[in-house]
Design a protein around this ligand. Structure first.
Ligand code: GLN
Length: 471
């Protein structure tokens, strides 16, 4: 049975009216996953569980005793814990690890009767921009299988764009939801830091990491965020800020003021520039005000982002030592060799590079010059945004400097790969929410993403304007 509904509500209504059956819908997705195995989007598929839950949840729907997301078929990036299921972070060091508890974000979906269909492939420990750093091999872009889907949540983006599920969870430390959403032509939201509990998310860079949804439309984004958002006593950094009924904001029609940071458009690829300005022109017709703004510290974002996230990663990843859990090297003479061999064998190249660079910037003698300095510049970048949001409601920028590139094209040049994160990393440095929505295609038919940013805990503004643009 084809997944022929425009958003989750219309699917739920079809189930209620017995026009479609939920178990058949799950079977449809399982068939699609099988047919499109070449995409390599899923690392683990929970077919039996998903089907048996579908039967139970369909009964609840027909009895009208169902949760808010009843029957929504969701894929989970394999850095989020799901009890009794593998949690590998696409790394050999966790290849046989099974989770003993469930992440709060995932539990909230389950509590509202969503169906977890499997776990998606990603860059190892979420480090990457192309999903080519995975122990399970690269994910292919469903729009063009010779190209990358983006990273690090490439499997989640490919699963939604390829029609393998209704929605997916990803994580975003410097762009890993927005960039793959842009490359695959779907919607990806990185919420404000603290908006969604990180309990059960494998830490990469703890002061940057956030969890958010991939969807095909904003209605679904709003609904999923109503469930995901909110404080959690298991995560002290989750903020006790009331959660709006996001769906109510989709039809809001008070025009917003849009800021255009000129630093983000200098030298931009013409097709991406034109697609964004076409969107801006449409909004002007609807009385949205557009003003130019300054984000003067933009030139430092990549350097500051990579110094700080590598420092945090080198600390977070010290727990994979072969003693407490995960893989252990088979042969060693003493404990030092056990650590060394376990970590040398278990981690991939990019993860090792980051642990070494992170350790370097934290070492005495270099700490002040790199880590401390980067912390100070992070504050300046945050201040730039605070100043901008005194004048504007939202900020527009490209999500990426280019559309999806060819597999293998940037593997040999990590710096080139890092520079691709130029537009996405600042939202994580500032802790603000940002969304990527599709606003056109380039001459090769590859999707173009528009990034919209708002002040902290103003996700509803992103949804209001995105909904207007996409409808
Ligand atoms: N591409 C960025 C990096 O490699 C972002 C990763 C992420 O958001 N998880 O660090």
């Amino acid at each position: 049975m084809a997944a022929t509904y425009s958003n989750f509500f219309s699917k739920l209504n079809k189930i209620k009216n017995r026009e479609i059956s939920l178990p058949e819908n799950v079977e449809f997705f399982l068939d699609q996953i099988n047919l499109k195995k070449n995409l390599n989007a899923f690392s683990f598929v929970f077919g039996e569980d998903a089907l048996s839950n579908a039967k139970k949840i369909e009964d609840k729907i027909l009895n009208n005793s169902h949760g808010k997301l009843a029957g929504l078929v969701v894929a989970i990036k394999d850095v989020l814990a799901v009890k009794d299921k593998p949690l590998t972070c696409s790394s050999n060091i966790l290849k046989n690890f099974t989770s003993v508890y469930t992440a709060t974000a995932v539990q909230k979906l389950i509590d509202e009767d969503a169906i977890i269909i499997g776990k998606t492939n990603c860059d190892e420990f979420a480090m990457g921009s192309s999903n080519e750093n995975s122990a399970y091999g690269p994910v292919l872009n469903p729009v063009d299988a010779t190209r990358v889907p983006g990273g690090s949540s490439g499997g989640s983006a490919a699963a939604v764009a390829g029609g393998l599920c209704d929605a997916a969870l990803g994580t975003d430390t410097g762009g890993s939801i927005r960039q793959p959403a842009a490359f695959c032509g779907i919607v990806g939201l990185k919420p404000s830091y603290g908006r969604v509990s990180r309990f059960g998310l494998t830490a990469f860079a703890s002061s940057f990491d956030s969890i958010g949804p991939f969807t095909n439309n904003i209605t679904d984004t709003a609904l999923i965020m109503e469930v995901l958002a909110g404080t959690d006593r298991k995560d002290n950094t989750s903020a006790p800020v009331p959660v709006p009924v996001y769906s109510d904001h989709l039809k809001a029609n008070a025009p917003l003021t849009i800021g255009i940071p000129k630093e983000f458009f200098i030298g931009l690829n013409k097709e991406i520039f034109d697609a964004i300005y076409r969107t801006i022109d449409r909004l002007k017709e609807k009385n949205y005000r557009v003003v130019e703004i300054d984000l003067p510290n933009t030139q430092y974002t990549i350097a500051v982002y990579y110094i700080l996230t590598m420092a945090e990663a080198s600390s977070n990843l010290s727990r994979y030592d072969g003693i407490r859990y995960g893989e252990r090297s088979a042969d060693y003479k003493d404990i030092d060799e056990l650590y060394r061999k376990t970590r040398s064998e278990g981690f991939g190249k990019e993860v090792k590079r980051r642990i070494m660079l992170g350790t370097y910037v934290l070492s005495s003698g270099y700490y002040d010059a790199y880590y401390n300095k980067a912390q100070k510049v992070r504050r300046l970048i945050k201040n730039d945004f605070s100043n901008a949001f005194k004048k504007v409601d939202v900020i527009f920028s490209p999500t990426t400097p280019y559309t999806a590139f060819k597999l293998g094209e940037k593997v040999a040049n990590p710096l080139d790969m890092y520079l691709g994160d130029i537009y996405t990393t600042s939202a994580n440095l500032a802790g603000i929410p940002a969304i990527s929505i599709p606003v056109g295609k380039d001459k090769d038919g590859l999707p173009i993403g528009l990034q919209i940013m708002a002040n902290s805990f103003n996700e509803e503004k992103l949804m209001q304007i995105s909904n207007l643009i996409l409808s």
